[in-house]
Design a protein around this ligand. Structure first.
Ligand code: SF4
Length: 356
């Protein structure tokens, strides 16, 4: 190690905040060294050796979407899945099946439908909450909230407070890559970085929690990956509403960006480790079994990740790219135990429901 690298290592061990430049340098480090430091930092924010998962269900209520992002194989204009809209009865049946399986959380997510307004979303919230008041509704996305605010001629504050009062519990952060140069290329009709931040600030003003994701491997530079992490860290400093950070690699297959070479497993593990060290204000980092596979996700649990996310009954958005990874509670318990961690089923607020 060089003198400079030793200094950075000491800074990480001393639990001091690292700069974006320092984070960028970490990508050149040996994976095992980086993983050990990330695990050390994980212990500082989360000393317990337990790993949680949640039994949840994603209900993609429509794939009709004005945005038609190039990285998405799910929206109807990609011509892989016929345009559809679920009825109230469809949604109720899916929630019933979740509850029968011991599930606790519903993620309603849709495309940016040209006719959807705040009223449509109120209906969706009522459909679930009137029938199942105890189900936790972690639903929609910043892009959907900006979209319906625009369609309804309402402010984000009105949209967020109205949905919260109707029963929406929290909103997944679905942040893709918060780099406008890349967004202009791959999702020009979705939302900008500033709009994503504005949604987070509105959620904060109305006491609602969120999360942040990262989809990398879409032609961005290493510096731009750090730019994304910096937006997340600043947002968390400002609001404190991010319960978790969830990185995953872009799956180019079946999308309009099929010529992109997928990111490697080592890149994934380095992203997890660097995120754990850089995002010193985020408690949970999820291991992305859905896109990276269960075995790589298991290794991530030793390099900074401390949650397995959801069982995700009926995921279809990633499946549209040809990825068929599925799991169940028994498998997640095995994966977590084999990583020498205590498996726990958790709720949406990361409280333990039961241990195994
Ligand atoms: S990623 Fe979301 S906003 Fe973009 S096309 Fe797919 S469904 Fe629409």
């Amino acid at each position: 190690m060089t003198i400079e690298e030793n200094k950075l290592r000491d800074k990480i061990i001393a639990n001091r905040r690292i700069t974006p430049d320092e984070a960028k340098k970490l990508f050149a480090w040996d994976l095992i060294e980086l993983g050990k430091l990330a695990d050390l930092r994980r212990k500082r924010v989360f000393p317990e050796e337990r790993v949680g998962f949640i039994i949840d269900r994603i209900i993609n209520f429509t794939n009709i979407c004005e945005a038609a992002c190039h990285f998405c194989a799910f929206h109807a204009k990609a011509n892989l899945i016929e345009p559809y809209e679920l009825s109230r009865d469809d949604i109720i049946r899916k929630v019933e099946a979740l509850i029968a399986a011991g599930g606790t959380q519903v993620m309603l997510q849709g495309g940016l439908h040209p006719d959807h307004t705040l009223d449509t979303y109120m209906d969706l919230v009522h459909t679930v909450k009137d029938a199942f008041p105890h189900v936790y509704l972690h639903s929609f996305s910043p892009a959907e909230l900006v979209h319906i605010a625009r369609k309804s001629g309402k402010s984000l504050d009105v949209v967020v407070s109205t949905l919260r009062d109707a029963g929406l519990d929290s909103v997944p952060g679905a942040s893709d890559l918060l780099v406008d140069r890349i967004r202009a290329r791959v999702s020009p009709r979705k939302l900008t970085t500033a709009e994503w931040c504005a949604v987070m600030d509105a959620l904060h003003r109305h006491n609602m929690k969120s999360s942040a994701t990262m989809t990398y491997g879409m032609g961005e530079t290493l510096g731009e990956r750090i730019d994304h992490l910096r937006v997340i860290r600043d947002t968390q400093d400002r609001t404190g509403i991010l319960r978790a950070f969830i990185p995953w690699s872009f799956s180019p297959s079946m999308t309009a960006m099929e010529d992109i070479v997928p990111a490697t497993g080592i890149e994934y593990l380095k992203i997890v480790a660097v995120a754990r060290i850089f995002l010193d204000n985020v408690t949970y980092i999820q291991a992305g079994w859905l896109t990276e596979g269960l075995k790589l996700a298991q290794i991530a649990l030793t390099m900074g990740a401390n949650d397995m996310g959801g069982v995700l009954m009926e995921e279809v958005v990633v499946k549209a790219t040809g990825i068929e990874t599925q799991t169940n509670m028994t498998e997640l318990i095995d994966i977590i135990s084999n990583a020498r961690k205590l498996p726990v089923q958790r709720d949406s607020d990361y409280r333990v429901i039961r241990s195994f």
